[in-house]
Write a protein that binds this ligand. Structure first.
Ligand SMILES: *[C@@H]1O[C@H](CO)[C@@H](O)[C@H](O)[C@H]1NC(C)=O
Ligand SMILES: *[C@@H]1O[C@H](CO)[C@@H](O)[C@H](O)[C@H]1NC(C)=O
Ligand SMILES: [Cu+2]
Length: 737
């Protein structure tokens, strides 16, 4: 302890010394930088009430702490302020009241609400709306199943009018309700044969944990009946039951009647993997064996508080950005009306009307009986937002985060609150916004550096075993980085093998993955996350411009060079010209431009989508899962704006045949030039599991950027100030967190 304290003192002295040295070396440094610097005293901030209060943040003191960002919010009296605000508790209750007296429902034997969300007003009305204007008429979009039939309804909250939409898709069902998933997991226990099978596999019925697994669509067997497959695990001696599969046991259940239709056991003789080393909880991973002293506690301090506000519950304003943020049961996070401030005019300029996770597609690469159907679509089947659990205030998001709750709807129409579902925080990762230093050659004593601070909007969905972390990160220079992290627990397969030395030649193929531990195989799979990005660059009428990088050969004698690269512009006129497969040896930039608006020197203003590490689908295009997941056939698509085309896998994804996907819409090859268009980007991962993924996976991350391209006249963050010592008090170790 003592030596660490000494070390910190030394470090502090070192920082002071370093600063003085720096100051003496840079005559151009602003003199105000040193005005308040005194290395012998500490800032009053270090002992301020504000700071001490935030220090007390822990799980038990959250409620009613006036400055605690995760305090309980009163949702019962909440009212909407913005046309895009989600339905409030009161509004949902009103919808339920209106529908309970409606003929469709009060004469029905059974009904369930699969979704009750705001029906967003027409885009042109939202674009015209200004703060202070009367709110646009509030409507709810309802997806319900009534006596086994799916309905899409619009409920007008002011007139009470209920309008039934006749455009219900012909294949597929709405997302499951939480109640569907719950009841399905218990359904097999009604079968004596199932009980016998479990016991015969050596598992006590009291130790059973089962999962509801969407079964996709493979032909007539998956039509005209809402079905689910249930597979089970042993919870004995571990919380990580996912690592103890009762391999090969699959129960087919009717989701509406809960009837057990079929039991298949192809895993007789495959042992249940052992529980040893599978747990991951802090309290159980071996008290004596914690690497707890490797890192000292760390956290960010904002002596003057955060630089962002969340106005009226959903409008986020930070630095150069302003946008509307709402949780959604299906999409998770929805960002709308994103605008960035122009540094020259001071005006807010449109960038994106709406962006969200439209669909996920996770096909497993094992064609055998208990695995072939695992081809999840987590948004349309399970509800990506429904699966987003409350965030852990000190670990999911840093201490300076603020939180937003989701208001969702149970199957009977009752609203409920998912607290702390989304967090918003400023991030300083020690990165550089821009910099330049002059070398001694020029003799110019210049060292100009600007730190990079960003604003992050985050959620984390736990779709059964897997966890997806989605970040929307906004930068002051106008860039938006959309990041997806994968963590959580693998879906594993039981095997007879304990060691690779038991696996001979061709048998390795039959593993369909990697042996991770004795009797445990991590099956190869892909993850695709498809984003809907309704970009509105300085207005709705935009075009999609491909800027191809091509090699140009020089003519003989023209230049000592044989070749150089040039940018060749191709404007996409119709949808098919904007179906993009990424190619490393045929590179291009992909710009969304406003052809009606140019910069001072005449370039069209734009934003480009910048792919980073990603993966492309390689399955046969006629493979049933790939037909349903056809929205992953290209990494980029551009479609004309159509408010009915937002869910890449279709409105009703569950057991759908793939006849309502982005691929089907795009193949109409509509015109996309100089009109309101939507950009779609798919972020992909091939996942060959490795031993480090056992028993829980360290996060794997990938991202893509939406980056201004000739949008600003010049570097938009030229005038942001650097950090000054006086603004960043160094606190005594004892007063530190
Ligand atoms: C199967 O086992 C469960 C748990 O012991 C029990 O509740 C259920 O009644 C059993 N089902 C049948 C059909 O015996
Ligand atoms: C809008 O989308 C729906 C659903 O895909 C489609 O039926 C309709 O034809 C589309 N409208 C236009 C103008 O493309
Ligand atoms: Cu994975």
């Amino acid at each position: 302890m003592e030596s660490r304290y000494l070390l910190r003192l030394l470090l502090f002295a070192g920082v002071c010394l370093l600063f003085l040295l720096t100051w003496f070396h840079i005559p151009y440094a602003p003199s105000s930088a040193t005005e308040y610097l005194d290395c012998n005293t500490y800032s009053p901030w270090c002992t301020s009430k504000n700071r001490l209060f935030s220090k007390q943040t822990n799980k038990t003191s959250l409620v009613n702490n006036p400055i605690n960002p995760t305090r309980r919010r009163d949702h019962a009296s909440e009212t909407p302020h913005h046309p895009l605000d989600p339905l409030t508790v009161q509004e949902i209750n009103k919808v339920r009241r209106l529908l309970s007296s409606h003929a469709l429902f009060n004469s029905a034997k059974s009904h369930a609400f699969h979704s009750i969300v705001l029906e967003e007003p027409e885009k042109d009305l939202v674009l015209k709306w200004r703060k202070g204007d009367p709110l646009l008429p509030r409507k709810a979009s309802v997806i319900a199943r009534v006596d086994g039939v799916s309905h899409v309804l619009t409920v007008d909250l002011s007139t009470g009018e209920v309008v039934s939409q006749d455009s219900v898709p012909h294949s597929g069902y709405p997302s499951m309700t939480i109640e569907d998933m719950n009841s399905a997991t218990w359904a097999p226990l009604a079968s004596a044969e199932f009980n016998r099978t479990v016991v015969s596999r050596g598992v006590d019925l009291a130790d059973l944990a089962c999962l509801p697994i969407s079964l996709g669509w493979f032909g007539v067997k998956e039509e005209n009946r809402r079905l689910i497959k249930v597979q089970c695990y042993s919870m004995k001696d571990t919380a990580n039951f996912y690592m103890r599969p009762i391999e090969g046991l699959t129960v087919l259940v009717d989701l509406d009647t809960k009837e057990v239709l079929d039991i298949s056991d192809t895993g007789k003789g495959i042992p249940i993997p052992k529980a040893v080393n599978t747990d991951y909880r802090y309290d159980t991973v071996g008290e004596h064996n914690r690497d707890m002293n490797l890192l000292n506690p760390i956290s960010i301090e904002q002596p003057k508080g955060p630089s962002f506000v969340i106005e009226d519950g959903h409008t986020v304003k930070w630095a150069t950005w302003e946008f509307h943020l709402k949780p959604d049961a299906r999409a998770g996070i929805v960002i709308s009306r994103a605008k960035v401030r122009d540094p020259d005019s001071g005006k807010m300029r449109d960038v994106m009307y709406k962006g969200f996770t439209s669909e996920l597609f996770v096909p497993y690469m094992d064609p055998t009986d208990a695995w072939y159907f695992k081809t999840y679509m987590d948004a349309g089947e399970y509800g990506f937002g429904l699966q987003a659990m409350p965030l852990d205030p000190l670990n999911d998001c840093p201490r300076n985060a603020q939180y937003m709750d989701g208001v969702f709807v149970a199957a009977d129409g009752t609203p409920y609150v998912r607290s702390n579902m989304v967090c918003v925080f400023e991030r300083y990762a020690g990165d550089i916004g821009w910099r330049h230093t002059e070398s001694p050659i020029t003799g110019l004593p210049i060292r100009e550096v600007r730190p990079k601070v960003t604003l992050v909007v985050r959620m984390a969905a736990s779709v059964a075993n897997y966890d997806y972390i989605v970040d929307w990160e906004f930068q002051t220079d106008g860039l938006i980085r959309v990041k997806v992290g994968l963590s959580g627990i693998l879906m594993v397969k039981g095997t007879r093998y304990e060691k690779m030395s038991q696996v001979f030649g061709g048998q390795e193929n039959d593993l369909y993955g990697t042996l991770l531990s004795e009797n445990v195989v991590g099956v190869i799979h892909d993850h695709y996350i498809t984003f809907y990005l309704d970009m509105d660059i300085d207005g709705s009428d935009n075009s999609f411009l491909k800027v191809n990088i091509r090699r140009q050969e020089t003519s003989p004698g023209e230049s000592p060079r044989r070749s150089y690269l040039k940018a060749v512009k191709n404007l996409a006129k119709t949808e098919k010209e904007a179906q993009i497969k990424l190619k490393l040896y045929d590179p291009a930039e992909f710009h969304m431009i406003n052809p009606g608006k140019t910069t001072r020197v005449g370039n069209p203003v734009g934003y480009k989508v910048v792919p980073a590490g990603t993966a492309a689908g390689l399955l046969d295009l006629d493979d049933p899962p790939q037909k349903r997941g056809a929205f992953t056939n290209n990494q980029i698509w551009v479609t004309p704006y159509n408010r009915s085309e937002q869910w890449a896998g279709g409105l009703f994804v569950y057991q759908s045949k793939g006849d309502d996907t982005l691929a089907v819409w795009s193949d109409r090859d509509r015109e996309i030039e100089n009109r309101d268009i939507v950009l779609w980007y798919t972020l992909g991962f091939h996942h060959i599991p490795c031993q480090e993924d056992f028993p829980i996976m360290p996060t794997v991350t990938s991202s893509f950027d939406l980056k201004p391209v000739n949008f600003f006249e010049s570097n938009p963050i030229l005038r942001i100030p650097p950090n000054f010592e006086k603004d960043l008090p160094v606190c005594r170790p004892a007063g530190s967190s």
